[in-house]
Design a protein around this ligand. Structure first.
Ligand code: KPL
Length: 301
């Protein structure tokens, strides 16, 4: 399969690099990373150590592919949709954090849009080198049209052909809320305390804060009509903490690198949906306020 990866950051590079074991992959990202991949391939170290050789470019315009995977930050989704509008792709699948990405892609594009989640952990160590810090799972389901089940199954099979644990789902909204709860719990707490995900292993005060954020998110999901139990969210958070214990969450990496975070699409989204449903989410509100405050102080807002 020909696969275009829009967003060769840490996760996009890892997933693209692994997919290149079985598919014809093109990474779309920034220099110097793209130039390094073009020169010497993509080095992956950590869970497994390997070098793969995806194509790499800084400009996606006019590209064609069977599938475009979108791995850009949530706030860059409109730019990814604009770039994809110039491409000839059979389907687009978001593998991003946060909510609202699929709506934005579907609004700007005429092709089928799939929603995906992943709990793989990764960090861009150097140009051309990504550290694989946690084996996770990819889940893919139809977004528009809602009956694109066979297409989701083909995409999940393409992941599995490259030895990536993946499954198709018909319940993608619930999956997106579950992943949102994982990110709402882990990302701001690890970013604010500057710790690896494993520091949220219970018992402990950080685990309590993360669990409380997850509990609130499950409640808002239910108010939004999604059947997501608190126990499912607690289990998912614990699984991801265990599976990515050595990873620094993407929000922690952003804060450490002085970059804008995805707080609006994660805790900010939970706070907004809670307000619309008349729910109170003090932990998410506090975490969002602290990250926004850091962004403002760093001149990023
Ligand atoms: O999605 C992630 C992130 O860091 O954004 C997890 C799964 C929490 C891995 O760190």
């Amino acid at each position: 399969m020909e696969i275009l990866i829009l967003g060769a950051g840490s996760l996009g590079s890892l997933i693209g690099g692994l997919l290149a074991r079985a598919h014809d992959v093109t990474l779309v990202g920034r220099d110097p990373h793209v130039a390094a991949v073009r020169d010497a391939g993509l080095r992956i170290t950590g869970v497994e150590t390997l070098t793969t050789h995806p194509a790499a470019t800084t400009d996606a315009s006019g590209a064609s592919a069977d599938l475009a995977l979108v791995t850009v930050k949530a706030y860059d989704t409109p730019g990814a949709a604009d770039a994809l509008a110039t491409c000839d792709v059979d389907a687009v699948c978001s593998l991003q954090n946060g909510m609202g990405n699929e709506e934005r892609l579907a609004a700007g594009l005429d092709v089928p849009v799939l929603a995906g989640t992943t709990t793989y952990g990764a960090r861009l160590a150097d140009p051309g080198h990504v550290e694989w810090l946690g084996r996770g799972r990819v889940t893919v389901g139809p977004w528009r049209p809602v009956d694109a089940v066979a297409r989701s199954e083909r995409v999940a099979a393409a992941f599995r052909a490259a030895d990536i644990d993946a499954a198709a789902t018909t319940d993608v909204r619930r999956r997106l809320w579950e992943k949102l709860a994982v990110n709402a719990a882990i990302n701001p707490v690890t970013a604010l305390a500057r710790v690896e995900n494993g520091a949220l292993t219970p018992p402990g005060a950080l685990a309590e804060v993360a669990t409380a954020a997850g509990t609130e998110t499950a409640r808002v999901a239910r108010a939004d009509g999604v059947d997501l139990s608190t126990a499912t969210v607690h289990e998912a958070v614990e699984d991801v903490v265990r599976g990515t214990a050595r990873n620094r969450s993407s929000m922690h990496q952003d804060v450490a690198g002085g970059r804008r975070t995805e707080v609006e699409a994660i805790n900010g989204y939970v706070v907004d949906r809670a307000a619309a449903a008349g729910e109170s989410v003090p932990v998410n509100r506090t975490l969002a306020a602290l990250i926004r405050g850091w962004e403002a102080g760093a001149g990023l807002r």
